[in-house]
Design a protein around this ligand. Structure first.
Ligand SMILES: Cc1cc2nc3c(=O)[nH]c(=O)nc-3n(C[C@H](O)[C@H](O)[C@H](O)COP(=O)(O)O)c2cc1C
Length: 390
């Protein structure tokens, strides 16, 4: 029996173990592109460390013989409270990476959010039929392009639109500078030498690499000129983005509209006034503003402001089932994961992402069982150790 289990799968026993396997599989610049954060990576570290500061207070005698991990969000029932979040260039980690991840999410019964910066186009992703599928966009300098992407997402049957607000300027990612990594990827001599050592990845990606680009930005019929696209991307973002843009998008998109990158309670309050349907408390996985609060630290303030009127989700540093349970106990409706899906892709494509989601599901189930909680609604602040305040 055990002989049938692939070797990688036996080694992929936790999310941290999957990170180690991905590090071994990927050229350094590619691994670091996903793994790294902005500047001194304080926020990146803080995201994970924030979970250490919270402790669970289990009640085993409540008896949870069977656990139901399902949650209902924006009209869809998900089998687990973990959603595959938007990560640009997933197709750099495995051929057709985005579609592999979307299929794995759908098979696991959860939602998948496509990044604006996917290698495949949003229409190609939709062809998989994976659902629920969400589309992530930015507010662009060219508001016509924002409208165009929104309309394309509606036409392609996306279930929700996610507006990311914390990427209005590009974060200062120093690992990428050190490695000479650029978007789209161009590898220098040392990068190429590193790649040669990762023969399996290189062989797998040999036909894909020349095509790795931002699929959604190449206009139909246009040949993808990588340099032109890279320039266009930097000039596309607009730090002048503001609430009237959110209001405009609200008029344009009829389905659930979710704001991603909210940390401040004031923004959560205004988001509700603008008719936003959901909030993702996030600091972009520590890739943008280094020094920003950990997502988990910011969560209670946003939850208190929202008062249960719209779902509040969280991402950033979620690496264990117990992390998910802690976020839910603090009022999150579900968590998203960024890097873990890329590690899954790097190891085994769709099967790797499936394994990643399976690990979260197994760990959440175990934590719930050990805490004496039989369904997601039963996870609340009563499960947390209250620290004495001085
Ligand atoms: C390689 C990479 C690319 C990302 N690209 C996007 C993106 O295009 N849009 C977006 O809203 N967030 C993007 N993110 C941020 C993730 O959606 C998410 O907020 C973050 O990764 C969560 O933290 P975690 O990686 O600790 O789970 C990206 C993250 C990574 C690691």
């Amino acid at each position: 029996m055990s002989a049938e289990v692939p070797r990688w799968r036996r080694k992929a026993y936790s999310i941290a173990a999957m990170r180690d396997l991905a590090r071994a599989a990927l050229p350094r610049p590619v691994f670091d592109f996903a793994d790294g954060g902005a500047e001194d990576e304080r926020t990146l570290r803080r995201n994970e460390a924030a979970f250490d500061d919270i402790a669970l207070l289990p009640k085993p005698l409540d008896g949870a013989a069977a656990r139901d991990l399902s949650v209902t969000l924006f009209g869809s029932t998900l089998k687990l409270p973990v959603i595959v979040g938007p990560t640009g260039l997933a197709g750099l980690f495995w051929p057709d990476g985005e579609r592999c991840a979307a299929r794995a999410a759908a098979k696991a019964g959860t939602a998948f959010c496509l990044s604006h910066g996917s290698v495949c186009t949003l229409e190609q992703l939709a062809e998989t039929g994976a659902a629920p599928r969400w589309m992530q966009i930015f507010v662009y300098r060219d508001r016509g392009f924002t409208r165009e992407l929104t309309e394309r997402a509606a036409k392609a049957g996306y279930d929700a639109l996610v507006l990311t607000i914390d990427n209005q300027m590009l974060g200062n990612r120093e690992r990428d500078i050190r490695n000479g990594f650029s978007i789209p990827p161009r590898f220098g001599l040392s990068g190429l030498a590193g790649m040669a050592l990762k023969a399996k990845w290189l062989w797998r990606m040999r036909r894909e690499l020349p095509r790795v680009t931002f699929g959604n930005y190449a206009r139909p019929g246009e040949t993808a000129d990588l340099k032109a696209l890279a320039g266009r991307m930097a000039s596309l973002l607009d730090p002048a983005m503001s609430w009237p843009d959110v209001a405009e998008l609200r008029k344009l998109w009829r389905g659930p509209l979710i704001l991603k990158g909210v940390l401040h309670p004031d923004e959560a309050r205004r988001a509700m006034a603008e008719g936003i349907d959901g909030i993702i408390v996030s600091n972009h996985g520590g890739r943008q503003l280094d020094g920003a609060a950990a997502s988990l630290e910011a969560l209670p303030g946003v939850v208190a402001t929202v008062e249960g009127r719209i779902p509040v989700l969280l991402d950033g540093g979620v690496r264990r089932g117990s992390d998910v349970v802690k976020a839910l106990a603090l009022g999150a409706a579900a968590c998203l994961v960024g890097r873990p899906q890329l590690w899954g892709l790097a190891i085994a494509g769709e099967a790797g992402v499936a394994r990643m989601l399976e690990i979260y599901a197994q760990e959440i189930d175990r934590v719930m069982g050990l805490c004496g909680v039989s369904n997601i609604a039963g996870i609340n602040g009563n499960l947390l150790l209250k620290r004495k305040t001085a």
